[in-house]
Design a binder for this molecule. Sequence first.
Ligand code: DGL
Length: 271
Amino acid sequence: MKEQSIGFLDSGLGGLSVVKEVKKLLPRENIEYFADNQRQPYGEKNQDELTDYTLQIISFFIKKKIKICVIACNTATAASLKKAREFFSIPIIGVIRPAVQDAIKKTSNKRIGVIATEFTTKNEAYPKEIKRIAPKIKVFSNFCPEFVSIVEAGKFTAPKTYEVARKYLKPLKDSQIDTLILGCTHYSFLKRAISDIMGSGVILVDPSVSTSLTLKEVIIQKGILKEEGKGEENYYTTGSPEKVEKTAKIILNGDNFKIQKVKLEELEQNI
Ligand code: DGL
């Protein structure tokens, strides 16, 4: 069991922000990563579609015998974490609760901002979770649709990225938040631009950090920590491997990064 992998899924490369943190914390663990690029953006899909995609990818992972799964995508977490936990018997971790707990600890003025995809924003996944734990906190949200394609193209600090970010962040700057949750795993790679625009008075909360700490706790608590050897990594995409590899190499600083193509038909027959 300990030798089995951790499965990570996202609509694309955003979940690599979680993988990067996990590799620092748990370097011996084997990793399976699934990027569903062909069906991206998840932020524009509905609840049923997102649930189907998540269950299909976890079923794919189950065949690879993973020991635990991280839904390294806020949109898929908001839409389908509950269903996925009902459906599968392995432990499944989402990114929203860890990020909320972290943000509540960090805010002093009790005004938290959330930027996320359209689905996560309209579903009110973050405000609901924050209100559940700390009802007095005020939450301000905005969705940033163009950020996902900007990240997939690796344009993390391009002038156009700053221009787009200024537009999305304006209402949040005006609402005097002191803490901003990056409620989409892709946005982690835009931290520099977001922080330049928001200024040093706003703390950025990146779910990848709190999620990897939660993952470590759960792995230790379940007694499934891999204690020996070097971690191995396998990456899969439903999109174009060449395109995905280009940006993934920048993110992971790895020249030998390889990603395998998985056809949608193969996934769809899983559920
Ligand atoms: N990275 C994803 C998230 O955390 C989804 C991005 C998308 O495909 O819209 O929400």
